[in-house]
Design a protein around this ligand. Structure first.
Ligand code: GLN
Length: 440
């Protein structure tokens, strides 16, 4: 009757007291744990044991948390159902005939089932918010640069952040308090050199947005006079049952004193295409290291490097990963680069611009997290396009590097529905506040 939420069950004790001293945590299996196998859901890394901890793992230990295992996931984060895992799919604890979402499906299922108090996932295009929505728990995708990616095995590094999953908003925010902050080992978390805040302070710590933020304290449920922008473009294609729950939640926020305005983001129509070109391009480059020599299953050496690399990759990678490496390599190849990759970057800039405009009119934006209810196990795996389209509401946020939270908004046909709240850059406190009102 196991949900198959974990790939490896092994306890890593934290250091004594701390804000998470009584908490158990499931860590997604693409986050490095010193001495504990980290497979990324791939046969390629079946026996890989990292020699160091990811920064977020160090911080969990420092906060006194007990890590109870490495959570199941779609292979290298590529998927939205946990069915591309080489270790078998995870079941949704709310209804075991359905997928838990993904790619951080093991993390969300463990929390929803009470197997862990908290979990870490990673979100490249929705992989924290999607399984949080499908399992009826809370998930936060932080602003790019809020949380260190050091020790996170890269899928598409310009898009992804590690994020917390918990049964309520306050617990997820408390976990964000622990894992966020500058890290000298991840230059995208530094605010003392170049760009934002440059010259304003002597150290990265002084200017990093996490330094003065108290995320758990922001879960006070106060939405009085908050303006919530409802993104109309992302309601059109959604399942009616999802839209009904979404609208009920928005009505409820209005009753608590929030104002709502309709907002249109024209660029989101192109977001899924742009996301997949960029994600696959970055993946083709990031996954080049898995050749059986530098990392991964050995292909056996028979005198020809090409053959050895090819056989390691043939055996080690699953179908979805191969598809993406091939498409990403194609999109980046000479002669096609301008047609695909450059176009996708233009669309990405447009999405960012559209969000900037929307935040002139609203404090936070709202959409259903997922346009559909959790599919039955096996239902969507054969059709990659159907899977990609499921990401329509989550990927624009990654393209724009913004923060977003998924909070439960009731059930339809016995399956959970999630509400997504999107904030401006480093506006984590605003989305946490509004999400805690949804819980009221
Ligand atoms: N479903 C999306 C993809 O397959 C998102 C994955 C993720 O966020 N890791 O790329």
């Amino acid at each position: 009757m196991s949900l198959n939420a974990f790939i490896t069950e092994e306890t890593i004790e934290g250091d004594g007291d701390g804000p998470l001293a009584d908490m158990t945590v499931a860590v997604k299996d693409n986050i490095s744990t010193e001495g504990v196998r980290t497979t990324c859901g791939s046969a390629m890394l079946e026996t890989y044991v990292p020699p160091y901890d990811a920064t977020v793992v160090e911080r969990l230990k420092g906060a006194g948390a007990t890590i109870i295992g490495k959570a199941n996931m779609d292979e290298f984060g590529m998927g939205g159902t946990t069915e591309t895992s080489a270790y078998g799919a995870t079941k949704n604890p709310v209804d075991e005939g359905h997928v838990p979402g993904g790619s951080s499906g093991g993390s969300a299922a463990a929390v929803a089932a009470g197997e862990a108090d908290l979990a870490l996932g990673s979100d490249t295009g929705g992989s924290v918010r999607n399984p949080a929505a499908f399992c009826g728990v809370v998930g936060i995708k932080p602003t790019y640069g809020l949380v260190s990616r050091y020790g996170l095995v890269a899928y598409a590094n310009s898009l992804e952040q590690i994020g917390p999953i918990a049964r309520n908003v306050e617990d997820a925010a408390a976990l964000l308090d622990v894992i966020s902050g500058p890290d000298p080992r991840d230059s995208t978390t530094r605010f003392d050199v170049g760009g934002e805040g440059s010259g304003a302070a002597a150290t990265a710590d002084d200017t990093h947005p996490a330094t003065d933020s108290e995320y758990a304290a922001a879960a006070d449920g106060d939405v009085d006079s908050t303006t919530i922008g409802v993104v109309t473009d992302l309601l059109d294609g959604a399942d009616d049952r999802v839209v009904e729950r979404f609208e009920a939640a928005i009505d409820d926020l209005r009753a608590q004193g929030a104002e709502t305005v309709d907002v249109s983001l024209e660029s989101v129509e192109h977001a899924v295409q742009a996301y997949y070109v960029i994600a696959m391009s970055e993946a083709s480059s990031n996954l080049a290291r898995f050749d059986g020599v530098r990392y991964g299953k050995s292909g056996g050496y028979e005198g020809n490097w090409n053959d050895a690399f090819a056989s390691a990759r043939e055996e080690g990678f699953g179908e979805e990963v191969k598809r993406r490496i091939l498409l990403g390599t194609f999109a980046l190849s000479a002669g096609y680069h301008d047609k695909y990759y450059k176009k996708a970057q233009d669309a990405r800039a447009w999405v960012k611009h559209d969000f900037d405009d929307a935040f002139e009119r609203a404090d936070v934006l709202a959409t259903p997290t997922m346009p559909v209810l959790p599919p039955a196990l096996g239902e969507s795996l054969d059709d990659p396009l159907q899977l990609y389209l499921m990401d329509a509401n989550t990927v624009p946020v990654n393209l724009a590097n913004l923060p977003a939270i998924s909070v439960p908004a009731g059930e339809a046909d016995g399956l959970p529905v999630g509400l997504q709240l999107i904030g401006p850059k480093f506006g984590e406190e605003a989305i946490i506040r509004a999400a805690s009102a949804v819980e009221n």
